[in-house]
Design a protein around this ligand. Sequence first.
Ligand code: IVH
Length: 678
Amino acid sequence: MALPDDLAEEAQALRQRLDDWNYQYYVLDDPTVPDAEYDRCMARLRELEQAHPELQRADSPTQRVGGAPLDKFRQVAHEVPMLSLDNAFDAGDMLDFNRRLLDRLGEGDRVIEFACEPKLDGIAVSLLYRGGLLERGATRGDGTTGEDITHNVRTIRSIPLHLRGSGYPAMLEVRGEIYMPRAGFEALNRRARERDEKTFVNPRNAAAGSLRQLDAKITAERPLEMCCYGVGRVEGGELPDRHAEVLDCLREWGFRVNPESRVVQGIEACDAYYEELAQRRQALPYDIDGIVFKVNDLALQRRLGFVSRAPRWAIARKFPAQEEMTRLLDVEFQVGRTGAITPVARLEPVFVGGVTVSNATLHNSDEILRLGVMIGDTVIVRRAGDVIPQVVSVVTAERPADARAVSFPDRCPVCGSVVERAEDEAVIRCMGGLVCAAQQKAAIKHFASRRAMDIEGLGDKLVEQLVDEGLVENVAGLFHLERERLLQLERMGEKSVDNLLAAIEASKQTTLARFIFALGIREVGEATALNLARHFGNWEQLAAASTEQLLQVADVGPVVADHLAQFFASASSMAVVSALRQAGVCWPDLEVTPVEDLPLAGQTWVVTGKLEAMGRDEAKMRLQSLGAKVAGSVSAKTRCVVAGPGAGSKLARAAELDVEVIDEAAFLKLLDRHGVEI
Ligand code: IVH
């Protein structure tokens, strides 16, 4: 039976639409349709292609995953070798690089134009397009010979199966980096942990492991992306004569090019770009390990040529390494506020991520088993941005003969109480409760902290002294400190003692939300405390609430409700609360506003960019406290976008949809108007 024309047209229209959406999503960073609509169109196209095999095409968006697994990778020769880059480590190295360029060009001093690009930490690949169709994808390998990974690269949706637009060369080899964005990496590891599978050490290893699959179905499930940074073989067509313009062409033909790429004049501007990106490095959704600077003029590039395996016209200025090797000297156990006992690695000090690290968390016993780490081992430590340092893997080949296994304590290392491991929990806990000095200290530190009771001058060291000297046992004890006794403490003069007592006195006037948060009930963070306060309005209602009533509060699920119920059922916790209130801790009761009457009820807001006064999570929490829903992307339903510096595509999207955008100053004013504390 002949294929009806309208079906062929429908299939063509669906393919076009899916390609466009992919392009908008991956290349322009601008999602335009909900996932459900995308999935619906894809399902319809599949249905058509199955019913009418003559409609099938190798470059259809339905054909990203296909074929049986390979039994081995085929070797691929790179006609134009894939080179590496020389490194620079500081501004001095950059000046040397500039000088070498000027000397080589031999035309005296001049300002060179550079293309600057983040150096993505992933896997270098080559994609070959013939007649606009993706023919082959290959790894870099040793630069001359790589492996054929066509079946895997086809599954990556930021890689076009056919080029868009027109004017591309008949044969075009595009080069770039395949990487795994951090969020995707975290999610992948979380899933692996849940299934007791091996986790990946870092996003780069995860990307490499995902590409090294013989079965493309596995690769297809991995959150990989590709960013292009150049071309290799080009035949049957012309490209522009500047590197950045070549990248512009690639973008038009359907490739993702890093949106952070810039063209600058002169080596000082390269340094400024480096510093700027170094500041924002952690805020980028993927790992970068430096910045690549390339002479932008391709005619100059040709004149400069290559030395051995690297071009003379480019350099990679590296950021301080985020991973280093060092030795695990010992494992100690720390007791936290809730009694959780955490193993901490004591390390031979090592400079990593810009600071000297001598401790790193080992999380829990499962993590130690997973790492297979022993005391004396050489380990790899990672410190990315403000994230606490982690031991990510063990170099087992370097294990010394006298390496010792890590043994977990069966008694609390601080108070000697028994420890227990709750079912379905990886942590062990000290059962000593508030008898345990470690838990006492942690509870008091939390109680006094800025976002809780905000007792100025009561720092960690002082809390430790107070507990060690037996001056306080629990938070209520803070309100009965004696001036004379405090004066006997080390480093406590008259002035500091008076200031401390004044700060303690002042902290008595608080808010219900702060008070709830300050109590340190498990899983009750600031946002939950605020929701509880707003929901119940006063302490009595909260303390008397049934589990069903607790579950009605925004953010409160069965686990939190259970912790709250346990807290209210504990005689010792209730005694501390009474003692606090007797000492004069008080707050105004709140009028309970039904959710639908809150000022931003029914509105959806979006927060983007960097805010000065608070993190995005805090901004979100405050908006929620006013009744708003906070969404991750801008749509026609968005009522308003709060945008700090560095806001990107969400801002453009808001402009397109005519959605109101306010800056941080206007946002703070709005919070103030509604009486929200900052
Ligand atoms: S250009 C001839 N640009 O860094 C120039 N490389 O050590 C060759 N890389 O294996 C590469 N981002 O995978 C270039 N924007 C970028 C890059 C980049 C990451 C990787 C690339 C290469 C390694 C060079």
